[in-house]
Ligand binder design. Structure first.
Ligand code: PA5
Length: 463
């Protein structure tokens, strides 16, 4: 199992001193990286943050697998109802292991599909319900708070749809809740309706929860290799605690990203997977990086408006959409290519010549070779244009490597928070949006937010 980080194209000798890092700058900052490691380790040891321990919680993993095994054959669709950190991880795993949804194999009891209801678009909901058979569906409402408006509303609709078709008892037998153990209305609902429930540890935040029941329940129900995902992640946990920048990929890449942001003001990071199977992961990463690092205040309470805007681009597709901007637009970005060393299938291009020059040079080669060439060419072109870029390489795209990559990105984010001296684990901005929604939807106790909204509307009407 190997995850490599190539930082050469972040260096001043490749992209010039104005945009690249000087080796002396990296050397001088090493002590800061080790402080970040120590700081995060101390918080973990005090029990403040729990994601590093998730992959080794084998008892919970066994319970999840046993639950999925007991239900196997009774459903062809797993309907996840959740949003943000309660939805993106399941998609990242499913996309990574079974491919993007439009090209997945036909669904059946042996190959259940994942339908993720992570928006309250009424037309999306109507189409999703029309595509599912309640008697062949397992519903998984996921919310750590147990109260997020989008999730609660969607679940009310889906639960009613199940109950109308199957009756309350059968609907409840096909519903598995994932939420906090000791609080929240989803937990209370689960208890009142006798639902099977799995719990999210209190010290694990939504965007760091993919290897808790949040990601593992949908993954196990979909038949993904949960054990291998956790094995890969556990091995990355070990690697990420090492006080050695040559082996600790998470710490080294956090250091480079910190320096390129703070010293060279690259305020945008383009996560650029050259693999459709990593596309879901890029969207999961966007949330991880944005919500964790986008903070108004540092840990000392000083207002700093920190963060680096994550953008997802797909190689080679977005070479024909975004790369013009990346090459010639503002030099305010750092590019993180995501690559695989080995394709699970080479994608052989037929050998026969078509007798047209644009076709014939490709004959007998492979799609794998072409997409790798596209990535290398884009990296070279960006470098020539003095645009700093780096590459993460996964040995291959399988369950163990995906688990390891997830864990590496989570550690990298935690270290980045330490380096930036911000709290990478809270999300006051998200909470603010939630309470305003409660106010607008007339939830008792949130009237002040409804009033604040009225004042905003009044101000608008005067303009
Ligand atoms: O990372 C986070 O904490 C958030 O993005 C949450 O995952 C998101 O808001 C959903 O919250 P909940 O699981 O409580 O519904």
């Amino acid at each position: 199992m190997s995850i490599q980080f190539d930082s050469i194209n972040l260096g001043s000798s490749m992209v010039g001193p104005k945009h690249g890092l000087d080796p002396a700058e990296v050397q001088a900052a090493q002590a800061k990286a080790f402080d970040a490691l120590e700081g995060f380790r101390a918080s973990f040891d005090q029990g403040r943050y729990g994601f590093p321990a998730l992959p080794s919680r084998s008892a919970v993993q066994r319970q999840i697998l046993a639950c999925a095994a007991a239900m196997k054959g009774t459903y062809d669709t797993v309907c996840v109802v959740g949003i943000g950190g309660s939805a993106l991880g399941a998609w990242a795993l499913d996309c990574g292991l079974r491919g993007p949804h439009p090209v997945q194999a036909a669904h059946s009891s042996a190959n259940p599909r994942l339908v993720i209801l992570d928006n309250v678009d009424p037309e999306f909901m109507q189409q999703a319900l029309a595509s599912m058979n309640p008697a062949r569906t397992v519903v998984v409402p996921i919310a750590k708070s147990g109260s997020t408006a989008e999730t609660m509303a969607t679940f009310l609709v889906v639960d009613e749809w199940m109950k109308q078709a199957l009756g309350a008892k059968k609907a409840s037998a096909r519903t598995i809740a994932v939420t906090s153990e000791g609080r929240g209305d989803l937990k209370a609902f689960a208890t009142a309706n006798g639902l099977t429930a799995f719990h999210i540890p209190e010290n694990v935040g939504g965007r760091f929860s993919v290897l808790s029941p949040v990601g593992l329940v949908p993954a196990a129900l979909a038949g993904l290799d949960v054990k291998a995902v956790c094995r890969g992640a556990a091995s990355m946990t070990q690697q990420s605690w090492a006080a050695d920048l040559s082996t600790n990929v998470a710490l080294r890449s956090a250091l480079y990203h910190y320096l390129i942001l703070s010293l060279r003001k690259k305020t945008i990071q383009v996560a650029f997977p050259y693999s459709n199977r990593l596309w879901g992961m890029a969207f999961w990463f966007r949330q991880l990086w944005a919500e964790s690092l986008g903070k108004a205040n540092n840990r000392k309470g000083r207002t700093i408006f920190a963060g680096q805007t994550p953008v997802a681009a797909l190689g080679a597709t977005d070479q024909h959409s975004q790369v013009q901007l990346y090459m010639e637009g503002p030099n305010d970005k750092v590019f993180s290519f995501w690559a695989t060393d080995r394709w699970n299938t080479p994608g052989a291009i037929p050998k026969a010549k078509a007798n047209f020059e644009s076709f014939d040079y490709l004959a007998g080669q492979s799609l794998g070779k072409l997409i790798d060439a596209e990535r290398n060419a884009t990296a070279a072109a960006l470098t020539a244009a003095n645009r700093p870029n780096c590459t993460y390489s996964l040995g291959r795209i399988d369950a163990a490597h995906l688990g390891a990559f997830i864990q590496m990105l989570e550690f990298q984010t935690a270290f980045m928070g330490e380096l930036m001296d911000i709290d990478a684990f809270d999300q006051p901005g998200v909470e603010q949006g939630k309470v305003f929604t409660f106010g607008l939807m007339k939830r008792p106790g949130y009237e002040a937010y409804a009033e604040a909204y009225k004042a905003y509307e009044k101000k608008r009407s005067r303009n």
